[in-house]
Design a binder for this molecule. Structure first.
Ligand SMILES: *[C@@H]1O[C@H](CO)[C@@H](O)[C@H](O)[C@H]1NC(C)=O
Ligand SMILES: *[C@@H]1O[C@H](CO)[C@@H](O)[C@H](O)[C@H]1NC(C)=O
Length: 347
């Protein structure tokens, strides 16, 4: 039994080095192209490409161009690259590759932690950070977390429950944080569970306010991470929770609104998609947008039948369902689903 953990360590090192050598040796990579339209004709060609990109998730506009002289940045999946470049050349559109391997860039950004590259978080949080299993997913915030505009974070303070603001944690850590908030602040916080995801994860949030069970108070709804890859949004919602509970009774603005209304905050509306997007740096996974509903199949532009899972939850509500920015191809990033509210998360 004694060598069990060691064997596990060796095995996981082997798996890791195997994965790394594959990584350095990948011939097919997601690339980002910068395209320079010079005429309205070129803009039309880009619009055509955009139409293709909406149908299947092979071409992703990171930055669009609406007029000549304005460049576009476009990420293209391996299997669409020759088609994409042929199309550009046929229409005499100039371009260059700005990112040769998107996966490599993501991976290096997240794993290469230099000594002088300590996270810009409060020191006491830094110790906490080290204890999280998902430490390798820690990502520095670009801003200084202690300053928000002209209003220092310390003025409001930190809630009694600790959340490692400064990294992107897993969903379980978010839920644990909210349950701890409810434990320490029962007079102003109540855990709410609005449903269960496709994969069976509870979709939880907090209802916050003074006299939190008074249903006559106006409600203020905040949800985050309806799109899996929008990690910053769930963490912003969690930070709002911190500000509201720690500011209540101290900050006059926070106290006023907590007395006047109830806040319903669901930090992560799409936990399945969020966890999926965290599971790999491969751009198809890391930049996942939809939920994780079962696969559906449809003919593919690139030949044969293609099956894809997931529905764009933000296109699945019954309000003006399937009107704008919606797509009926299951492989589209904006796939609307089979019917309004077909998905448990949007329901
Ligand atoms: C790349 O992969 C091939 C086949 O899997 C292998 O033989 C080769 O040694 C690898 N090259 C590098 C630089 O890792
Ligand atoms: C409930 O909230 C309403 C609206 O703010 C308020 O008028 C009322 O007095 C509150 N009721 C209780 C019991 O606090």
């Amino acid at each position: 039994m004694k060598w069990g953990p060691l064997a596990f360590l060796v095995l996981s090192l082997l798996i890791k080095s195997h994965a790394l050598s594959n990584k350095n040796n990948r011939t097919e990579t997601f690339k980002v192209f910068r395209v320079y339209p010079q005429s309205w004709q070129h803009i039309e060609t880009l619009a055509e490409i955009r139409k293709i990109s909406e149908e299947e998730n092979e071409i992703d506009f990171w930055l669009d161009s609406r007029q000549p002289g304005q460049f576009a940045d476009i990420m293209v999946a391996p299997r669409a690259q020759s088609y994409f470049m042929d199309l550009l050349m046929k229409h005499d559109l100039q371009f260059k590759t700005t990112i040769d391997d998107v996966e490599k860039m993501i991976y290096e950004n997240e794993h290469h932690i230099k000594n002088d590259d300590k996270p810009h978080v409060l020191d006491e949080n830094y110790e906490n950070l080290m204890h999280y299993e998902n430490f390798r997913f820690r990502k520095r915030l670009k801003d200084e977390p202690s300053k928000f505009g002209d209003r220092p974070f310390e003025k409001v303070g930190q809630a009694r429950a600790n959340y490692p603001f400064g990294q992107y944690t897993d969903y379980a850590t978010m839920v644990r944080y909210m349950r701890t908030i409810e434990f320490y602040y029962p007079h102003i916080a109540k855990l709410i569970r609005i449903g269960t995801s496709h994969e069976g994860q509870p979709i939880e949030g907090l209802k916050l306010g003074y006299h939190v069970s008074n249903t006559s108070k106006p409600g203020f709804w905040i949800d985050g991470n309806i799109h899996a890859r929008e990690w910053a949004s769930s963490h912003t919602a969690l930070f709002i929770i911190n500000q509201l509970v720690s500011g209540y009774g101290k900050d006059p603005v926070v106290t006023y609104y907590m007395n006047k209304m109830n806040f319903f905050i669901i930090p992560c509306l799409n936990p399945d998609g969020y966890e999926y997007s965290r599971s790999s740096a491969w751009p198809e996974i890391r930049l996942w947008r939809k939920n994780r509903s079962p696969e559906r199949c449809a003919p593919s532009r690139w030949g044969g039948i293609r099956c894809c899972s997931g529905v764009d939850l933000n296109r699945n509500f019954d309000f003006h369902w399937s009107e704008s920015g919606a797509n009926h191809h299951p492989c589209s990033n904006e796939y609307v689903g089979e019917s309004p509210f077909s998905e448990p998360e949007s329901r």
